[in-house]
Design a protein around this ligand. Sequence first.
Ligand code: GLP
Length: 241
Amino acid sequence: MKITVMENERKFDEAAAWRIIGQMLQKPNSVIGFSTGQTTGNMHAIVSEIYRLHPFDTSEVTVFNVDELAGLPRSYEGSCYAMIKRQICIPLEIPEERFIMPRTMDIDYGKECAWFEEEIKKRGGADLQMLGIGWNGHIGINQPGTPFGSDTQLCPMDERFEAKVRSEVDVPESCELGGLTLGIKTIMHTRKIVLIAKGKQKAEIIKKAVQGPVTEDIPASVLQLHPNCEVLLDADAASLL
Ligand code: GLP
């Protein structure tokens, strides 16, 4: 793994944004996987600002998000569909047919997962995955204990993330929520992965994922085995390395 540490959050956001822009410029028909969450909001805003100031051809770029919430409508503004559409597709003029996202409700999830994987494969596979990391080391929504050989699947969310979602949206307790996520095996098939983390609250899990043993208890640790993975951090997230 190549580890890059930026001296502060702003520089981290800019460096992460340039990884995305660089990929699009280098290969105009790139297939790029995004992640949502607090880590990526500012970097997506910078991507959109760079494009506004220096527009280039994005007509061949394909975009998807590594995961999606299941059981909530896409119109929920915290759905990954809504976030990536708002933060990336609209500002970069990426049309709906080049935005691959699984549907979220009233579907056969098994079939939808297979469709999601197939659509990425059909376009030649993912070139770049910008990958966030959860507090417990999850990548996408693959929780600790998920087999490294897993395919795209429907998973339970971790309890902190689910509590956050439930606080933001009006769903009855009885309504089961979950996440549809690219599997660990699928993520490992990406040509280049950039694992991104910022802030002190990520320092401990970054240390475990990057310098600890490779174990299914820390899903992100599998990235130590990827031949082209960069870990991009701000100084706070890197503070225990
Ligand atoms: C959620 C998302 C992940 C994301 C992670 C980190 O679990 N499903 O894709 O990487 O949160 O989010 P944050 O950047 O807000 O810490």
